[in-house]
Design a protein. Structure first.
Length: 96
């Protein structure tokens, strides 16, 4: 699977592959300029994922379930999403 992924990245121009005719065979991969351009957005995605706690996803899931059952209004849901986006903790309907 890793080999297929690396071949796809090579075809997309994100990595360069260098093969050395040794025993055992050696293959090196390095990022291309295009691949290096992905570092900043991927770092942002990583930072976001690390910063979001597992509880955030669980709370969001529970709020969506309550909304579907009519327990939370869409206005309350929106307030919770906005509070979550701004990294604040809303003490009302977002937690329960």
């Amino acid at each position: 699977m890793l080999t297929l992924t690396l071949k796809g990245l090579e075809e997309d121009g994100l990595v360069n592959r260098t093969m050395y005719p040794t025993i055992p065979p050696r293959v090196d991969y390095e990022l291309t300029d295009l691949g290096r351009k992905l570092i900043v957005p991927l770092q942002s995605l990583y930072d976001w994922a690390v910063g979001a706690s597992a509880g955030d996803a669980g709370r969001a899931r529970e709020i969506r379930k309550k909304t579907a059952k009519g327990g939370v209004t869409t206005d309350e849901l929106h307030r919770c999403e906005v509070a979550s986006d701004s990294r604040t903790r809303a003490a009302s309907s977002c937690e329960g």
